[in-house]
Write a protein that binds this ligand. Structure first.
Ligand code: GLN
Length: 299
C-alpha cells in the first residue's frame, strides 16, 4: 500500500454506492425514507440532480461536504432544510426554518382546486397563512389568468414567499401582505386602496395541531411552532378564519381548508354553523385532509 491509500477517506476507497448504503442504514432511526434522504444529500453535496447521481454512480466520488450533511440529518434536521428546497406540485420551493415545509398531503388542495376550476377558473386567489407561498404559487401555476394574494403574520415567512414568487416567475401576479388574523379587524385590508375584489378561491393551511400532541423531533425541533400549534384542540385558528370568510369570499367562491386527520367533524360543524356547505376530501394516505366550503345556496 502506498501512502496515498492511508489518507484517502474511507468513503472514497469503498466507493460512493457503499457510502450511500451505509448512510441510508444510519438514517433508519431518524427517517422513514433513509435511502432517498441519502441520495438527495449526496446529490446536493455533488451539486447535481438525483437522477444524474443515480445514472453516474460508479463514476462519482464522495465529496467532502457529504459528511456534514449526513451528520445534520442524523440530528433529525429535515432534508428540506439541508437542501434549502422542497418540491411541491412539481415546483421547487425555497424553504427555511421560518416556514412550514410543504407536505405532499397538501397537494390534494391543488388537485381539488384544479377540478373545481376546470369549468370556471378563479381570477382572484388568496392564501391565508401562506408561509413559503407553496399553495398560492402552485394555484397560480394552474390558473394563468389568476392574480394571487398571500398573507402571513410572519415577515420572515413572507420574505421566503416573495423569493419563491420571483424564482418561479409569478411576481407580476402575486402580492404578499403582512397580516395577523389574531388582530381585530384583520380583514380590513379588503377595504383599503390596496385592497381587493372578493376572492373566488380561498386557500388555507392554518396551524391545526393540538398543543398536547407529540410531534416527531424533525417537526418539533425544526419547524415553526407558530405554523403548527392551534390551542388545546387545534381549532383556535379555524375559530378565527371561518367567521371571517364572509368578508373575503366572492358570492360563488370556494374555500379550501386543510384540516388535521381527526378534525373533519368539528371543523365541518363550525363551517355549517356559519352558513357553508361542506365536503371532505382525503389525502394520499386516505386521511381526512381537506374541507371544501361554499356558501349554502350559492351556485
Ligand atoms: N400536517 C402538519 C403536520 O402534521 C401540520 C400542518 C398544520 O398545522 N397546518 O405536521
Amino acid at each position: 500500500m502506498g501512502d496515498n491509500d492511508n489518507i484517502t477517506p474511507v468513503y472514497e476507497r469503498q466507493g460512493l454506492s457503499h457510502a450511500l448504503r451505509e448512510t441510508a442504514q444510519s438514517f433508519e432511526s431518524v427517517s422513514e425514507t433513509p435511502r432517498l434522504d441519502a441520495e438527495l444529500l449526496m446529490a446536493h453535496a455533488l451539486g447535481i440532480s438525483r437522477s444524474d447521481l443515480l445514472l453516474n454512480l460508479p463514476k462519482l466520488a464522495v465529496p467532502d461536504a457529504f459528511a456534514a450533511f449526513s451528520a445534520r440529518r442524523k440530528a433529525h434536521e429535515p432534508v428540506a432544510h439541508i437542501l434549502g428546497e422542497r418540491e411541491f406540485w412539481s415546483l421547487p420551493f425555497q424553504v427555511s426554518p421560518d416556514v412550514l415545509i410543504p407536505r405532499p398531503d397538501s397537494e390534494i388542495m391543488i388537485e381539488t382546486a384544479v377540478k373545481i376550476g376546470a369549468k370556471n377558473p378563479p381570477r382572484n386567489i388568496i392564501d391565508l397563512g401562506t408561509g413559503s407561498g407553496a399553495l398560492l404559487l402552485a394555484g397560480l401555476s394552474e390558473f394563468p389568468q389568476a392574480q394571487g394574494v398571500g398573507i402571513d403574520a410572519s415577515a420572515a415567512a413572507l420574505a421566503v414567499a416573495h423569493n419563491n414568487a420571483d424564482r418561479l416567475g409569478f411576481s407580476d401576479r402575486s402580492r404578499f401582505l403582512l397580516q395577523d388574523w389574531t388582530a381585530p379587524d384583520w380583514t380590513q385590508f379588503m377595504q383599503q386602496p390596496v385592497g381587493s375584489e372578493p376572492f373566488d378561491l380561498i386557500l388555507a393551511n392554518p396551524p391545526y395541531v393540538s398543543t398536547g400532541d407529540e410531534l416527531s423531533r424533525e417537526v418539533a425541533e425544526y419547524e415553526p411552532h407558530s405554523a403548527l400549534f392551534a390551542g388545546a384542540d387545534g381549532m383556535d385558528d379555524y375559530r378565527i378564519i371561518i367567521p371571517a370568510l364572509d368578508d373575503l369570499l366572492a358570492e360563488n367562491g370556494t374555500v379550501l381548508l386543510e384540516i388535521g386527520f381527526n378534525q373533519a367533524e368539528a371543523v365541518s360543524r363550525l363551517a355549517k354553523k356559519h352558513g357553508y356547505h361542506v365536503e371532505c376530501k382525503q389525502d394520499l394516505g386516505g386521511n381526512d385532509r381537506l374541507l371544501v366550503l361554499s356558501r349554502a345556496g350559492a351556485g
